[in-house]
Design a protein around this ligand. Structure first.
Ligand code: FNR
Length: 336
């Protein structure tokens, strides 16, 4: 099994504290007089043509090492006990080593709703194998250009990526989504992927885990790129033209239920958490982690009540204010 690289990701993801989180520059306008009782609030959501009970999920993280295997079992236990989706880390480690069992979480957690993940540099035939072996509800295809560029052993050829995108859209037997890894998907990339057949995106923006930081800690010397990419709120604002024609999901720096709600207000169908959940299962006994996640559901209902929203889709109508770094000018806004 591959050990060092995957374990480094976990170690440095837990160590990093982003200097800026865009959710802090967004404020929601509350409603003092609601139309609903608390027990009328409905947390269910829909994306990729499927119904889900809760609008948040454990996003792609690990697998491919002993530590990764242990973490995957804990994440699976947490997800199964709370009824949320778990997405495994990139399945490529298991494709390289058929004896790798670190992704096999369904055996002990048969009621788990599972997604799996693969890099865009992998030919779609490898994606088909991942789907056959994991039987996931959906497949995330990740783009991680800056991470590859910063890794000494990273990919240097990118011309095949668009072709691979088209193949993934065409050939997968389960729904696919395109996903960033914490640098924020840009609108042009989403439009290209849309034209090639993708109908779902996890914009995964900056504000939480930084793979630039991780690679710099692993021996790189380009720490000036640690804050590369767009923040999660910025990426969601930029993604607005996609909201009506595709399912946009959000992740990156989500710390608690209020951050989740802000993503849903900006049009996300669901919200992914990686580092926050990693920290939870690494620092707390599983029973406490389960209680925390179940508490998040109550918190979401409470906040939705205070915003006068009965359904997740109502959140899209909530007014908000943007401060600080989100008070920006785009090139097209600047009048000469
Ligand atoms: C990740 N992430 C990730 N993403 C992906 O698409 N495939 C992968 O294999 C991994 N591996 C991985 C390992 C670890 C330890 C972490 C913390 C993260 C990225 C992840 O899914 C997410 O996009 C970012 O981490 C941003 O979210 P957070 O961590 O800020 O909530």
């Amino acid at each position: 099994m591959e050990t060092n690289r995957k374990d480094d990701h976990i170690k440095y993801a837990l160590k990093y504290q982003s200097p800026y989180n865009s959710f802090d520059d967004m404020e929601l306008i509350h409603r003092s007089l609601p139309d609903y009782d608390l027990d009328e609030i409905d947390l269910s959501t829909q994306f990729l043509g499927m119904d889900f009970d809760f609008p948040f999920y454990i996003n792609a993280m690990t697998g491919g090492s002993q530590k990764g295997a242990e973490i995957n079992q804990k994440l699976a236990q947490l997800a199964e006990a709370t009824g949320i989706i778990m997405v495994t880390g990139s399945y490529s480690a298991a494709l390289k080593d058929p004896t790798d069992t670190s992704f096999q979480v369904k055996k002990h957690h048969p009621n788990l709703t599972l997604g799996t993940n693969i890099g865009i540099d992998k030919d779609y035939k490898l994606g088909l194998r991942a789907v056959e072996e994991m039987v996931p509800a959906f497949l995330q295809v990740h783009v991680n250009l800056m991470q590859e560029l910063l890794m000494p052993e990273g990919e240097r050829h990118f011309r095949s990526w668009k072709e691979n995108l088209a193949d993934y859209a065409k050939h997968m037997p389960v729904p696919v989504m395109l996903k960033e890894v914490g640098f924020g998907l840009d609108l042009k990339t989403m439009e290209t992927a849309y034209d090639l057949g993708f109908r779902a995106f996890d914009i995964s923006g900056r504000g939480g885990t930084s793979f630039a930081y991780i690679e710099n800690e692993r021996g790189g010397d380009r720490s000036f790129l640690n804050e590369w990419g767009q923040t999660t709120v910025q990426a969601l604002l930029n993604a607005q033209p996609m909201m009506t024609k595709a399912d946009v999901l959000a992740s990156g720096g989500v710390r608690h239920p209020l951050d989740m709600i802000k993503c849903l207000v900006l049009g996300a169908k669901a919200v992914g958490l990686s580092k926050t959940v990693l920290e939870l299962v690494e620092t707390k006994p599983i029973e406490e982690a389960v209680a925390t996640v179940n508490g998040w559901k109550d918190d979401l209902r409470l906040i939705m009540c205070a915003l006068n929203c009965q359904k997740v889709s109502d959140l899209n109508k909530v007014d908000y204010m943007l401060y600080g770094k989100l008070n920006y000018l785009k090139k097209e806004d600047i009048k000469n």
